[in-house]
Design a protein around this ligand. Structure first.
Ligand code: DOR
Ligand code: ZN
Length: 334
């Protein structure tokens, strides 16, 4: 049977939550990936090194695989200071995550004025320490323009801190590609959903809350342009799933939680997508090689085997509706 072996995949943007949900979802990522960059937007958020290390322990326990590497991030607020950032570096916590206040799930404690003196001071220290700044890049303007309206902030930060590595997370708008290409210190992640779906899938038929996320899926042209970047394994872009589990009830009732759960299906879905577009040979760079170079992380000896055998995705997994529920992929785990 036809098969592929993927060497040391990384998911560079992941929500694992805490408590029961963490216990039920961690294994999906640990089975498929060597490591993942874990987002800090818990409730309350991960604001300091002590909390990040405690959370990392809970993650390792939940996934039951000590070879899995959960790379931790700190939630950026004005309370971060030099001492804490130095401690982070010592403990190998190399990422800080900037959420504009109110932009998405768990951003209530985010930054309301990004270019203020205190935040700029923190970023200066992050630059000196060689930390990596990960950004949810959206303004609070009209929903389809939010990412584009944020470009000026990326430009300002990339120019002010030329030695700071900045990650433009989950690109959703094709106009953002040129911004990433323009600045040497700016990189990006791409999700499975933003390269395979558009707003049509959210509101084109019956409203589909399971395709609702922030940034919102955009036009088919945006999807196609981002897909081409992924298929060519463009060196400035790595894979970050933004898998964001919310219980089915919290997606379907009036809460309307934003976030798409993809962790259990990622590699078979990516293999199916890349094969459909005759680009299977670039998949490993997209999910591993690029991340190693961009983030300076090392491959592990983990190998994930996929086989050319149909895989039908369950309607519900651990109380959560996954992306592509009920659909059949061409590839499955070997
Ligand atoms: O749709 C989203 N869900 N976007 C985010 O940025 C956060 C995520 C979540 O935590 O649920
Ligand atoms: Zn996210």
């Amino acid at each position: 049977m036809e098969q592929i072996v993927l060497q040391s995949p990384f998911d560079m943007h992941l929500h694992l939550r805490d408590g029961e949900i963490l216990e039920s979802v961690a294994k999906f990522t640990a089975q498929s990936f060597s490591g993942a960059l874990v987002m800090p937007n818990l409730n309350p958020p991960i604001l300091n090194v002590e909390d990040a290390l405690a959370y990392q322990k809970r993650i390792l326990k939940a996934c039951g695989d000590e070879n899995f590497n959960p790379m931790m991030s700190l939630y950026l607020t004005e309370k971060l200071d030099k001492k804490e950032l130095q401690k982070a570096k010592e403990k190998d916590i190399l990422f800080i995550k900037l959420y504009p206040k109110g932009a998405t799930t768990g951003s209530e404690n985010g930054v309301s004025e990004i270019l203020n003196t205190k935040i700029l001071e923190i970023l200066e220290i992050a630059q000196e320490l060689g930390l990596i700044l990960s950004i949810h890049g959206e303004s609070n303007g009209f929903v389809l323009e939010r990412e584009a309206e944020f470009h000026a902030v990326f430009a300002e930060l990339a120019e002010t801190f030329p030695r700071l590595k900045i990650i433009f997370e989950h690109l959703s708008d094709r106009r953002s590609i040129a911004v990433v290409e323009k600045y040497d210190n700016l990189y990006a992640t791409l999700t499975l959903h933003h390269i395979s779906l558009s707003l049509e899938d959210v509101i084109g038929g019956a409203l589909n809350p399971h395709c609702f996320c922030k940034p919102i899926l955009k036009t088919p042209k945006d999807k196609d342009a981002l897909l081409q970047i992924a298929l060519s394994a463009h060196k400035k872009f790595s894979f970050g799933s933004d898998s964001a589990p919310h219980l089915q009830s919290n997606k379907e009732n009036a809460k309307g939680a934003a976030g798409i759960f993809t962790a259990p299906i990622l590699l078979p879905a990516l293999a199916t997508l890349f094969e459909t577009h005759k680009s299977l040979e670039n998949l490993e760079n997209f999910i591993s090689g690029n991340a190693q170079k961009i983030y300076g992380i090392r491959a592990t000896d983990k190998q994930v085997k996929l086989i050319k055998k149909p895989m039908t995705i369950p309607q519900v997994i651990e109380g959560i509706v996954p992306l592509y529920a009920g659909k059949t992929l061409a590839w499955s785990f070997g």
